[in-house]
Design a protein around this ligand. Structure first.
Ligand code: GTP
Ligand code: NA
Ligand code: MG
Length: 341
């Protein structure tokens, strides 16, 4: 480049995988929350976005002050693994810059893991495999939140042997799906070969490794894609009725900024509807699924998940684009763009 750093936006990371692989738990572990424990039957039924600011990630990974991170944070999108929610997995995969496919190390690749891999291959989305539940290997010694190399050093030969053959098995399964994969710390071809990161969502081993791959390696391989541009790119995740705010839509802002009062066009079952943003909100813990006291904003910049209070969008369609219109804009064109998706 010319020495001038472009402003980067937060990468959008979608978590995919078979039911109960530990997607939500992994996210809970990263943000120190307990969303998973509050889910009915422990089953995720929604797509949810969580913003992790870079300071938070630095703290979690004990990153030295001199190490720079070029992105302001990470936007993580949790999806359900249950077979009936393939539409939400599809929506997540369309939105994201990078995916994390969570695989239970004790079970290997399962039905919805395969489906997720097919989806990512089809859409050409880069991904990392989180080989989760390493703490379930027989005899595993817990090393809370330790980098995976350190945690593995602490294990007996038996545990290390079991770990090795299970990793090899998953690598073989991935190969059969057409993917070359390797443990990320043994991976010499970071660009061509899929990175595997062993993790535990219960005791946190490998979580620093996963976070660092997401905020350091991902921007490196997709700098251009993550460059912030001032053009709004925004997708509707879901529509809700809120007792305080009336109709709200949860959206993911991929690029650009939204302002309170902005005039927007959104596709509904009755066609495109033009309305104004009444409130621009972020939820507690910056996780869209968590109810509580919302923070009001005058402006929010990408990439970010947010709740927007609007009139007339009861029938807004999930998965479609939100278009911002300015005075003098060609309304027909804006409406066409909203309906296109
Ligand atoms: P769906 O959203 O329903 O597809 O499941 P999920 O992939 O989000 O899995 P979830 O986070 O709900 O975890 C499923 C179960 O596995 C829960 O009982 C978790 O406590 C448990 N679990 C998740 N990760 C780990 C892990 O790393 N180690 C252990 N021992 N248990 C885990
Ligand atoms: Na679950
Ligand atoms: Mg879940």
């Amino acid at each position: 480049g010319n020495g001038v750093d472009m402003e980067l936006r937060a990468p959008i990371c979608c978590i995919l995988g078979h039911v109960d692989a530990g997607k939500t738990k992994l996210l809970d572990c990263i943000r120190q929350s307990n969303v998973q424990g509050g889910e009915a039957g422990g089953i995720t039924q929604q797509i949810g976005a969580t913003y992790l600011p870079v300071e938070n990630i630095r703290e979690r990974t004990s990153l030295k002050a001199e190490v720079t991170i070029k992105v302001p944070g990470l936007l993580v999108i949790d999806t359900p693994g249950h077979q009936s929610f393939s539409n939400m997995r599809l929506r997540g995969s369309i939105l994201c810059d990078i995916a994390v496919v969570v695989v239970d190390i004790t079970r290997g690749l399962e039905k919805q893991t395969m489906e997720s891999l097919d989806l990512l291959k089809h859409r050409n989305v880069r991904f990392i495999v989180a080989l989760n539940k390493v703490d379930q290997l027989y005899g595993w010694k817990t090393c809370i939140n330790a980098p995976i190399a350190k945690a593995l050093k602490n294990q007996t030969d038996d545990v290390q042997r079991e770990f090795k053959w299970r990793v090899t098995e998953v690598i073989t399964q991935l190969m059969e799906k057409g993917f070359n994969a390797a443990l990320y710390y043994e991976n010499k071809k970071l660009k061509q070969v899929v990175n595997i990161v062993p993790t535990s969502a219960v005791s946190g081993e490998g979580n620093p490794d996963l976070l660092l791959l997401l905020v350091r390696w991902v921007p490196k391989i997709m700098m251009e894609r993550l460059t912030y541009v001032n053009t709004v790119e925004c997708t509707v995740l879901e529509v809700n009725e809120d007792k305080d705010f009336g109709t709200t839509i949860d959206v993911v802002l991929i690029n650009g900024a939204l302002r309170n009062g902005d005039r927007i066009v959104v596709c509904t079952k009755q066609g495109p509807v033009t309305t104004n943003i009444r409130y621009l909100l972020t939820p507690p813990m910056k996780e869209l699924k968590v109810k509580g006291v919302y923070t009001h904003h005058e402006e929010l910049k990408a990439a970010q998940g947010m709740k927007i209070a609007v009139r007339g969008l009861q029938h807004a369609m999930a998965g479609t684009s939100l278009i911002v219109v300015k005075p003098g804009d060609d309304m027909e064109r804006a409406e066409a763009a909203a309906v296109q998706e």
